[in-house]
Ligand binder design. Structure first.
Ligand code: SF4
Ligand code: SF4
Length: 365
């Protein structure tokens, strides 16, 4: 059986961020992540910048250490994430860049530009054909992440309400998808417009790229109501993100395993344009029950465990699950999110050829 290498270094609680940055750098060097850095070409450093008031994200000094590592290895780094599907402080690039700067992610602090990979409104995307998946023939990946010749993925490991384990698979599969890709992962069906909330402003009509929405008069003759022509809808999610009245809804009720499978198929699309491989660094630190999209400071509910590095997304998430289970004496992700099926999602990713669950662990102290 083919085994891939995962490198691990332990981290104590309350270690200063400078110590974490030094450890992440040592781990990247030990794991020889430089092998997958494209020489003289753009290399994405993909991470979550944290929703407003959230504090769980990988901090800028750590990102800076990895940016310097990428440059030393010959790559041209930029730091990046994609816009969110839901309304918040990161749902369009202007707000997202402000939020990133508020959390310390700037050209000056990082030594590399910050780019929102799916553009102003989350619609800059590339439709990438994939094969072997159950759900999609093509997936929509954020254009800058698709165009980057290589990538280093920095993941703050935490719980996630549907994925269970919020690891590298979640960070890449959801986080590298453009808005339409995120929507395709999460829903089945077309949008619905809530007649009680819709104020007939027409924003969705103006932004819908396929003219799938019109304004129809109400029976009472008052302000008009948004109405969908379902066969025109391509599921881009623009109406959801831009409606000022929270009047747009989708059916989010797909099973957690199916969501995990759909996310894995987006990883496949992202990886398709990175033939030299991708580097992954997982931080089991500040371990929270919910993900960094939550707009509040969350309490770390478990002690720090450590940092892992690999060029195999399946191995690094499997090792993250195994190491955290050993450290805590139980499966904290399943305890927090008992309906999640993250182990099966990792296995599905392996079946797609994304990597292997068989790994050799090397500890660096
Ligand atoms: S953007 Fe929202 S409130 Fe405005 S017309 Fe569309 S659904 Fe109604
Ligand atoms: S999801 Fe996109 S295509 Fe469908 S109605 Fe909304 S804006 Fe139009």
């Amino acid at each position: 059986m083919r085994r891939t290498q995962v490198f691990f270094t332990p981290v104590q609680d309350n270690e200063p961020v400078e110590s974490l940055a030094a450890k992440a750098l040592r781990l990247a060097e030990a794991a020889r992540l430089d092998r997958v850095i494209p020489k003289g070409r753009p290399c994405a450093v993909k991470q979550h910048f944290g929703e407003d008031k959230n504090t769980g994200y990988v901090k800028p000094p750590i990102t800076r250490a990895i940016v310097d590592f990428v440059r030393k290895a010959g790559g041209d780094p930029f730091v990046t994430d994609t816009n969110t599907l839901y309304r918040g402080h990161r749902s369009q690039a202007t707000d997202h860049l402000r939020q990133a700067a508020d959390h310390g992610f700037t050209l000056e602090s990082l030594g590399a530009p910050v780019i929102i990979a799916d553009g102003l409104q989350g619609a800059d995307q590339v439709a990438v054909p994939i094969s072997g998946g159950k759900h999609f023939k093509e997936v929509r990946i954020a254009s800058a992440l698709h165009q980057a010749a290589g990538a280093v993925v920095l993941t703050h490991v935490k719980g996630h309400c549907q994925m269970g384990l919020g690891g590298a698979i979640k960070n890449v599969g959801m986080g590298c998808a453009a808005r339409a890709g995120k929507l395709a992962q999460h829903y089945g069906g077309a949008p619905r417009f809530d007649a009680r909330k819709c104020v007939g402003c027409g924003v969705c009509v103006r932004w819908c790229p396929t003219e799938a929405i019109t304004l129809a008069p109400r029976k009472d003759g008052e302000r008009p109501l948004a109405r969908l022509t379902p066969e025109k809808c391509i599921g881009c999610g623009e109406c959801l993100a831009l409606c000022p009245s929270d009047a747009v809804g989708f059916n989010w009720d797909i099973g957690d395993l199916e969501l995990g499978e759909r996310v894995c198929e987006h990883v496949l699309g992202f990886a398709a344009a990175k033939p030299a491989g991708i580097a992954y660094v997982n931080f089991i630190t500040d371990v929270t029950k919910n993900c960094d999209c939550v707009g509040s400071k969350q309490k770390a509910e478990r002690p720090n465990v450590g940092i892992l590095a690999s060029t195999d997304i399946i191995a690094v998430d499997q090792a993250t699950a195994d190491i955290s289970r050993r450290a805590y004496g139980h499966d904290v992700w399943a305890q927090w999110w008992p309906k999640s099926r993250y182990e099966e999602a990792i296995a599905y990713g392996e079946s797609l050829g994304l990597g292997t669950r068989a790994y050799t662990l090397t500890e660096i102290t």
